[in-house]
Ligand binder design. Structure first.
Ligand SMILES: Nc1ccn([C@@H]2O[C@H](COP(=O)(O)OP(=O)(O)OP(=O)(O)O)[C@@H](O)[C@H]2O)c(=O)n1
Ligand SMILES: C[C@](O)(CO)[C@H](O)COP(=O)(O)O
Length: 225
């Protein structure tokens, strides 16, 4: 079997509100994105890595790779307007039978072990979407209505990697973009495939705000990565 990883890094990091997109910010002396690629390069299945980057950042990335003597093999593909478009661009480069993991560049604490489990489960069952359960109580509030308690035992917080047999992804990503497509599972589910959840990791945080970067730095030191 052929194993691929599409690392989506084509975003602008608007919520972080810094001059530089968050995937290039330094974490323990090197860009966040390099930690993420290294984790995939350490997966026992040796996936081929496709990195999706905004076209205006390709040269900057090359410079960063030289500066940090970064040697993890990868192919660079141009990003799109939405995360959905970036994934679709990455997918276009993959031909033939494959298992494809899609992962946010800004989740650098992902472990090679979870990546491996994700490929194994997707190969056996069609797909594997990593998720953890909430520890806080949860309420739903619809406009004009009072808030309502939800049963948190029935709720899951979805992470990446989200890993699929390529047939599912190719069919799903033929659909036009919809606002509710916030991840790959929602796209594949709408194409008619049931989604299988795989226990994720609490440290696999998505760096969205500055506090997340501080937390990632702390967790990295603690784990002695
Ligand atoms: N057009 C886009 C938008 C997002 N992403 C990637 O998808 C992942 C998750 O997206 P998010 O955390 O929302 O990143 P940004 O879009 O950069 O952040 P923001 O929404 O705050 O602008 C990130 O690795 C981001 O680079 C992408 O490849 N292409
Ligand atoms: C894909 C994702 O990380 C799963 O939790 C999430 O949906 C990305 O959302 P964002 O708003 O693009 O960060």
């Amino acid at each position: 079997m052929n194993y691929f990883a599409i690392i989506v890094a084509g975003g602008k990091g608007n919520r972080m509100n810094l001059a530089i997109a968050k995937q290039f910010l330094e974490l323990d002396g090197k860009p966040i994105l390099m930690h993420t690629l290294e984790a995939f390069s350490q997966c026992a299945l040796n996936p081929k890595i496709i990195l999706v980057l905004n076209i205006h950042q390709h040269l900057f990335w090359e410079e960063l790779c030289s500066k940090h003597d970064f040697k993890v093999p990868h192919e660079v593909v141009k990003g799109g307007q939405e995360r959905f478009d970036s994934v679709r661009n990455g997918l276009k480069t993959i031909k033939g039978k494959a298992i494809v993991a899609i992962h946010d560049a800004v989740r650098p604490l992902i472990t090679p072990e979870l990546i491996l489990r994700s490929y194994q489960m997707a190969e056996e069952t069609g797909n594997a979407v990593t998720a953890i359960q909430p520890v806080d109580s949860v309420r739903m509030k619809r406009e004009g209505q009072a808030s309502e308690a939800l049963n948190r035992d029935e709720l899951f917080l979805i992470q990446t990697p989200q890993t699929f047999q390529i047939e599912q992804l190719k069919k799903a990503y033929l659909q036009p973009y919809r606002n509710e497509f916030t991840d790959d599972a929602s796209v594949v589910e709408r194409a008619g495939y049931p989604i299988n959840l795989l226990p994720g990791e609490r440290n696999n945080i998505k760096i969205t705000y500055e506090q997340d970067l501080e937390m990632a730095s702390f967790l990295l030191k603690k784990k002695g990565f």
